[in-house]
Ligand binder design. Structure first.
Ligand SMILES: Cc1cc2nc3c(=O)[nH]c(=O)nc-3n(C[C@H](O)[C@H](O)[C@H](O)COP(=O)(O)OP(=O)(O)OC[C@H]3O[C@@H](n4cnc5c(N)ncnc54)[C@H](O)[C@@H]3O)c2cc1C
Length: 465
């Protein structure tokens, strides 16, 4: 086999996007994936299947609780979970098949198997049937992603104590569903099963949900999810989970109290850890940080010549679009281009109802950094389209530098916040001021008009408030 310009280990959004960009740039590229399907966590057991279930369960919620308000009378809507799951699986298959097709289009060689660096410039591929081959390459990109964190006192058994992977595939809605950890994954999957009929309880060690988001958003989201029927126990430390006769019993402490929770299924969603086992990084002397993430410089280069890393396996938010942008950047860097990822403008979304979406700094972060800022807020109760849609819950909050008016953070909690955050990310990428957004014409009647109004509110000149 000829020598490759670049071999990428892992076909998630980091790896496969790097492969496409490398192919476009004329590099002789190979992509190694240990699993049957390409696309990594995101396409197979992450972003895509979770959003498929969120959409389907939201339609069910609409049919049951909202349709009548629009004058649509549906008698006794019910769920056919098997069809719902099959639809989700079909979406996943279509997209993973699409990635395989893109590899062909961009002349990327796909090798099935576990990839490990045997020496600088050499990668060993071991297929599931045990065959091995060694390939030579000028450059290696490690894009092996992440794995769910397991709690030592609540080990995954795949049936009763589960990770997000299994919680995406239940064949029936558990009667009682316990979620440990109130981050994006716990809140999204808690919402799915709550909408589909489970009694959902979320236990969180911290005094708040959705860490990493502006506190005002987290607080309103907690209120909204509580009103939808989800029970939260904050500042609650889970100390053990045991399984008896197929049911889980979790114990926890909250202050001086000891609490016990029974459930049919327990989702442990306390975060993800970088996955670099078996990739041979240590063998060639690649350095790791204190969180076992691969250390890279701003060009994604490790301390070992010709070895790069991107995505969840390095520092930064564990998000598919961050991995994708790094994939594009690293391929461009390999051909001598600049490569660009702006870590100050990476949006983050939780796809509950309402959705929360954020880009830039929160108020807590600005206060901690001693930055003076102005706040512009606009509620969806004053937005025409939200009234039309019956989605008036939530607000837009824009934080702008007090001296320069430059936008420092945009925070949305509303229906469709995940789509709406894009304009804020573009504004921040281009260093916009709040006035720039305020003077940009927004179509009427739309939800994004609330972003414009919030930008005007920074200078205390919102129109509809
Ligand atoms: C339930 C859930 C929902 C999520 N929702 C969102 C969302 O809505 N938006 C968002 O931005 N992010 C979301 N994420 C996070 C997102 O999936 C990850 O940030 C993203 O997939 C990381 O991409 P990656 O390329 O770094 O790694 P991964 O997608 O994890 O891909 C790594 C790939 O490498 C392969 N691999 C590992 N080691 C080897 C080896 N030695 N040889 C060969 N192959 C190997 C793995 O099999 C895997 O296919 C979600 C995650 C989960 C679990």
């Amino acid at each position: 086999m000829d020598k490759f310009d670049v071999v990428i280990i892992g076909s998630g959004p980091g790896g496969y996007v790097a492969a496409i960009r490398a192919g476009q740039l004329g590099l002789k590229t190979a992509l190694i994936e240990k699993d049957k399907d390409l696309g990594g966590t995101c396409l197979n057991v992450g972003c895509i299947p979770s959003k498929a279930l969120l959409t389907s369960s939201d339609h069910f919620h609409f049919a049951k609780k909202e349709a009548a308000k629009h004058g649509i009378l549906l008698d006794n809507p019910r769920v056919d979970l098997s069809t719902m799951q099959k639809r989700k699986d079909k979406v996943v298959k279509t997209l993973t098949g699409g990635v395989r097709q893109l590899m062909k289009t961009n002349k990327v060689m796909v090798l099935e198997g576990m990839g490990s660096i045997s020496a600088p410039g050499k990668v060993l591929v071991k297929s599931s049937s045990g065959e091995t081959q060694e390939i030579e390459t000028k450059n290696i990109i490690i894009a092996t992603g992440s794995m769910p964190i397991e709690l030592p006192f609540a080990k995954f058994d795949g049936k009763t104590i589960v990770s997000s992977t299994e919680a995406l595939c239940f064949e029936e809605a558990p009667k009682k569903f316990l979620v440990i950890g109130a981050g994006a994954i716990g809140l999204e999957l808690g919402s799915v099963w709550n909408r589909l009929g489970s009694e959902v309880t979320v236990l969180e060690f911290l005094p708040r949900i959705a860490l990493g988001f502006d506190l005002e958003l987290s607080n309103l989201l907690q209120r909204a999810l509580t009103s939808q029927g989800i029970t939260f126990h904050l500042e609650t430390k889970v100390t053990g989970v045991r399984v008896e006769n197929g049911r889980a019993i979790a114990t926890a402490t909250k202050g001086n109290e000891t609490l016990t929770f029974e459930a049919d299924k327990v989702l442990v969603s306390v975060g993800r850890r970088p996955f670099s086992e078996g990739v041979g990084a240590e063998k060639v002397g690649v350095e790791f940080d204190e969180k076992k993430r691969i250390k890279v410089n701003k060009h994604f280069r490790t301390n070992v010549e010709g070895v790069y890393a991107i995505g969840d396996v390095i520092a930064g938010p564990m998000l598919a679009h961050k991995a994708e942008d790094e994939g594009i950047a690293v391929a461009e860097i390999l051909v001598g281009e600049a490569g660009h990822v702006n870590y100050d403008a990476i949006p983050n979304v939780v796809y509950t109802y309402p959705e929360i979406a954020t880009v830039g700094k929160s108020e807590e972060e600005l206060k901690a950094a001693g930055v003076t800022y102005n706040v512009g807020k606009f509620p969806f109760t004053a937005n025409g389209r939200a009234k039309v849609n019956l989605t008036t819950e939530g607000f837009v909050k824009i934080l702008a530098d007090a001296k320069t008016d430059r936008v420092l953070g945009v925070h949305l909690i509303c229906a469709d916040a995940g789509n709406m955050i894009a304009e804020a990310a573009i504004a921040m990428e281009f260093g916009a001021s709040a006035e720039d957004i305020a003077r940009t014409c927004h179509a009427h009647p739309t939800l994004p008009e609330a972003v414009k109004e919030a930008a005007m509110a920074v200078a205390k000149r919102a129109i509809h408030m």
